[in-house]
Design a protein around this ligand. Structure first.
Ligand code: NAP
Length: 319
């Protein structure tokens, strides 16, 4: 089968399409014929060497979507042909076939295409965890999705709308802002424009927002703390460096800064997340939005694109 292999850490150019043996599932595992793959920023950090203990060579990716091609011994709750997405793979997602533990395989409703399915796992799981398991956002609250045009951001907009939250999103391009608005944000600001957080304060009559879901904390956290309402919460979803904050901004508001790492979610939390995702996809209030598609062979281009601004949905690879 064809798979993307990383033989050394480095830039996007280290992603090579190679022919490797098709993997076989062991007990408790399934083999999936992959039809689409979600590309997540974390895969660029790992490719660059963020996890130096990772054994080389490896096939990147956690978010494979497709049909079950074979069952390992003892797998009884799934059948060949079932449409599924993975939350983790053993052999890597950037490939024509992937092996995953049965516990990391989740059903995809018929109405969701395989390509849309590639936008589900990391984005929707992270957005759910941020809004409901970390921030405990509740109906009527004002939420700023700071970076709403990408995979996690659009998922958070859709979850938030369904939960009756008042959503303010940000995006850095006209196309991105249109998508964020269409998916349910009441107001959309431009995070590249000077003074856009003053507009946010005006939109909330000077009170600020109850929750911020933050995609770029190293740039935004210190400013975020100044536009929080009393007892506001900021969830740190993304950060690419250090930032200096004024702790007094949290004291006056009794605000909370909450870290999030999807990989740290408990099995119980993950069950809640994937059950909620299935319900949302089936009922139609979750509608994964695809921004760009690349053939598997062009994984390097996908990795370059995901680090550029101008997001308008999920970046997907097609084997
Ligand atoms: P993505 O699809 O590449 O989207 C990135 C988003 O960040 C876009 O909406 C982009 O907007 C926005 N952005 C760019 N500059 C910004 C700024 N100055 N202020 C606010 N937002 C800005 O990535 P993603 O999958 O949504 O992930 C978002 C971040 O969360 C990444 O850093 C990722 O590594 C992280 N993440 C963490 C976890 C976790 O477990 N903690 C899980 C998933 C993702 P424009 O392109 O419109 O400018």
């Amino acid at each position: 089968m064809k798979a993307i292999r990383v033989n050394q850490f480095g830039g996007p150019e280290v992603l090579n399409l190679e022919e490797i043996p098709k993997p076989q599932p062991s007990a408790g595992e399934v083999l999936i014929e992959v039809h689409a793959i979600g590309v997540n920023p974390v895969e660029t950090y790992i490719r660059g060497g963020a996890n130096p203990k990772l054994k080389l060579p490896y096939t990147p990716g956690s978010d494979a979507v497709g049909a079950i091609a074979a069952l390992g011994e003892g797998v009884s709750n799934l059948a060949t042909g079932d449409r599924v997405y993975t939350s983790e793979t053993i052999t890597g997602a950037y490939a024509e076939f992937a092996v995953a533990k049965q516990t990391a395989v989740h059903r995809l409703p018929e109405k969701i295409s395989f390509t849309q399915g590639a936008a589900v796992n990391v984005p929707y799981a992270t957005a759910y965890r941020a809004l409901f398991q970390r921030a405990r956002a509740h109906i009527g609250e004002f939420v700023l999705i700071h970076g709403a045009s990408g995979g996690v951001g659009l998922a958070a907009v859709q979850w938030g709308k369904a939960a009756g939250l008042q959503i303010i999103g940000t995006a850095g391009s006209d196309e991105g802002r249109i998508v964020v608005h269409n998916e349910g944000a009441q107001h959309v600001l431009d995070h590249r424009q000077t003074g856009y957080l003053d507009q946010l304060l005006q939109l909330t009559n000077g009170r600020g927002v109850d929750v911020i879901i933050e995609m770029l904390s190293n740039i935004n956290l210190s400013h975020d703390l100044t536009v929080l309402a009393p007892r506001g919460r900021v969830v740190i979803v993304g950060s690419r460096g250090k930032v200096e904050i004024n702790p007094r901004d949290t004291m006056t508001r009794e605000a909370d800064i909450l870290g999030l790492m999807l990989f740290s979610a408990s099995a119980e939390d993950l069950r809640e997340i994937h059950t909620s995702i299935y319900r949302g996809l089936s009922e139609g209030f979750l509608r994964p939005i695809i921004g760009r598609e690349f053939p598997l062979a062009e994984a390097a281009k996908a990795h370059t694109a995901i680090m550029e601004s101008g997001a308008r949905g999920k970046i997907v690879l097609l084997p």
